[in-house]
Design a protein around this ligand. Structure first.
Ligand SMILES: *[C@@H]1O[C@H](CO)[C@@H](O)[C@H](O)[C@H]1NC(C)=O
Ligand SMILES: *[C@@H]1O[C@H](CO)[C@@H](O)[C@H](O)[C@H]1NC(C)=O
Ligand SMILES: *[C@@H]1O[C@H](CO)[C@@H](O)[C@H](O)[C@H]1NC(C)=O
Ligand SMILES: *[C@@H]1O[C@H](CO)[C@@H](O)[C@H](O)[C@H]1NC(C)=O
Ligand SMILES: *[C@@H]1O[C@H](CO)[C@@H](O)[C@H](O)[C@H]1NC(C)=O
Ligand SMILES: CC(=O)N[C@H]1CO[C@H](CO)[C@@H](O)[C@@H]1O
Length: 445
């Protein structure tokens, strides 16, 4: 068997199994198996960064119902930019039946992988840029990025992004990568209330004839490297300025600029920032609210959907979510809250960023469910898919130990590493993107 496998690349049995699962899935009670990492037992993990078609071998695993049985492996097509030529399960096919109890994160000992894990909602109306040297065109010339970069992926959700089929599909992924363990009614209400987003390339949609060909964006992280940097004017000179979480401006204009075109947050990071004592000392008492400011919510947990529901319906947050912070989300936006100014990350886009750009090692462990890219990373990677040119300020560099955690820290303190993020991976990613001429990463000499 081993010899055959070596000579063929994949075993014969596996080749047969490329075709069978689709039939099984449609005919049988649809149950998909996570591709656990159990190399000792002969199963290989599907590498989501490989361009080859890799298949896990047969193995016995604990089913989501608790029964133990041998099941056909699910093929994973991984040729990302092309339409799949091998069998794959289309996202619009239902995967769960109402009689079954919903999937739970606890069912899995490590991050589950599904055949449709790497399939994402695309935006057919995504507009082309006329910028001669944009992120998209530079990515096309990068051996590393061209196979993984999807310039036309759908970035934000609108009211077309809820249906029972989508609900069933996204049940397989925990938030922010999907909707596992969320409340059906709340998700349905929230997504259905989002305004239509006919052209999600929101920056290019604003394009007028007199506008520049290339839209530049400055993404401002909160790193201590910005303290004393003097790059405030440079930041403000970009067409758009992105900020995140505790985005202190007052008193730091010379270093971080003063404009905010986009403010990125999760319900928790925003509310926690607003109640942070250190940030309070810096006068951070409200989120940025310029006349140009728009908002990007990275919906990372059930509480984000509950918070958004309350924001949309102009009511208090339900008990058991974030009511210890501020009960009434509208208060943070003011009376003139305009739903069109709030963009909500698409779970497919979040999963794409995790799978292809920031796949933390912790995902292979039993603590997999805690992991997500940091809010700053989500914002920078979002800008990468919206803008023609991206400059990153206040993001982690190799000499991070020389700087305080944040530029606004009252007392210098070393950067904190959190178990649920992978800052080293992110630091490496920024450096790599900078080297490949995709972003300009601010570094001090
Ligand atoms: C993936 O795409 C490349 C070209 O980009 C192609 O050569 C290769 O055959 C494709 N692989 C599969 C499995 O379709
Ligand atoms: C966008 O660009 C691609 C390739 O450059 C081209 O084939 C396509 O027609 C363009 N679409 C629009 C809407 O301009
Ligand atoms: C889901 O949310 C609705 C509306 O808030 C609530 O009435 C319902 O009890 C929730 N369902 C579950 C299973 O928690
Ligand atoms: C919005 O901001 C721009 C740029 O600072 C300014 O020129 C304009 O007057 C402002 N508009 C309003 C209504 O405040
Ligand atoms: C920021 O820079 C100022 C001036 O160089 C310095 O006095 C201060 O200690 C720095 N703050 C932190 C948190 O390192
Ligand atoms: C991650 C992984 O298993 N990648 C393998 C995919 O299949 C090719 C060809 O069989 C291997 O060379 C890769 O190592």
């Amino acid at each position: 068997m081993r010899i055959i496998r070596r000579s063929l690349g994949i075993c014969l049995w596996c080749q047969v199994m490329l075709v069978v699962p689709l039939v099984l899935l449609l005919v049988q009670r649809p149950k998909l198996m996570p591709l656990f990492e159990k190399s000792k037992e002969g199963c290989r993990r599907v590498d989501t960064n490989s361009d080859q078609l890799n298949v896990t071998e047969s193995h016995t695993t604990k089913d989501v119902d608790g029964e133990s049985e041998t099941r056909a492996p699910v093929p994973s097509h991984t040729n990302r930019t092309k339409a799949p030529s091998k069998p794959f399960i289309h996202p619009s096919k239902p995967f769960s039946s109402p009689s079954k109890r919903p999937l739970r994160a606890d069912d899995f000992e490590a991050e589950p992988k599904w055949s449709f894990d790497d399939d994402y909602k695309m935006d057919p109306f995504s507009s082309n840029t006329s910028c001669p040297s944009s992120v998209t065109s530079n990515a096309r010339h990068s051996d590393w990025l061209s196979p993984i970069f999807l310039p036309k992926i759908k970035i934000f959700m609108d009211n077309s992004d809820f249906s029972n089929e989508i609900w069933d599909r996204l049940q397989h992924f925990i938030p922010p990568f999907g909707w596992m363990e969320l409340n059906y009614t709340v998700v349905k209400d929230v997504v259905s209330a989002l305004p239509p987003l006919p052209d999600q390339q929101i920056l290019q949609a604003a394009q007028k004839p007199q506008d520049p060909q290339c839209f530049s964006c400055a993404v401002v992280g909160n790193g201590g490297i910005l303290n004393g940097s003097g790059v405030g004017r440079e930041i403000d000179s970009h067409a758009y300025v992105f900020r995140v979480n505790g985005a202190v401006i007052k008193g730091f204009e010379d270093d971080v600029g003063s404009r905010t075109s986009f403010y990125g947050f999760t319900a928790y990071t925003m509310l926690a920032s607003l109640s942070d004592t250190q940030l309070k000392k810096r006068g951070f008492s409200k989120i940025p609210k310029d006349n140009e400011t728009r908002y990007i919510l990275f919906a990372e947990a059930p509480r984000d959907y509950a918070w958004l529901d309350a924001l949309q319906k102009n009511k208090d947050i339900i008990k058991g979510t974030l009511e210890n912070y501020r009960k009434h989300p509208r208060d943070d936006f003011g009376d003139s809250f305009d739903p069109k100014k709030l963009f909500v990350s698409h779970p497919d886009f979040m999963r794409y960023l995790k799978n292809r750009f920031a796949h933390g090692d912790i995902l292979k462990t039993h603590r997999w469910m805690a992991y997500r890219p940091s809010t700053g990373a989500l914002l920078l990677l979002t800008a990468l898919h919206l803008c023609d040119k991206v400059s990153a300020y206040g993001f982690m560099t190799d000499d991070f130990y020389k700087y305080s955690d944040h530029y606004y820290d009252v007392k210098s303190s070393p950067i904190k590493f959190y178990a649920n993020h992978d800052f080293r991976l992110e630091k490496h990613l920024w450096k790599h993107l900078h080297r490949e001429n995709i972003i300009k990463l601010y570094q001090r000499r």
